[in-house]
Design a protein around this ligand. Structure first.
Ligand code: ZN
Length: 107
């Protein structure tokens, strides 16, 4: 498991995180970005106060995240907002989100 710092775009609701130091990502609508990987994280958007941050546990190693970025596979690093259909591959790769962002009942 790898702990990543992620941000949630207040406009499109996508959650994004940076997989490597030079992995510069935009959210789906493009107003928010995150960069810097694990060591020098920075992020931005139209209004920083509106951006919620999350700490996510991703079921991958840092190397796997790095490789995903390095090979431009882009399977990870962007998570669709709750309530939107995800492919089974997305479910497999997405960490469980904090309950504050999901309406799913606690088990
Ligand atoms: Zn967005």
């Amino acid at each position: 498991m790898t702990e990543v710092q992620a941000i949630e775009c207040p406009v499109c609701g996508y959650i994004i995180y940076s997989r490597a130091r030079h992995d510069f990502r935009h959210c789906e609508c493009g107003v928010c970005f995150i960069d810097g990987g694990f060591d020098c994280l920075r992020y931005g958007g139209p209004d920083l106060k509106e951006i919620r941050t999350h700490t996510l546990e991703v079921p991958l190693t840092r190397q796997e995240l790095y490789d995903d970025w390095n090979h431009a596979q882009d399977k990870y690093g962007k998570i669709a907002p709750c309530g939107q259909p995800l492919s089974s591959a997305d479910w497999a790769s997405s960490p469980s989100l904090p309950s504050s962002t999901c309406a799913e009942p606690q088990s």
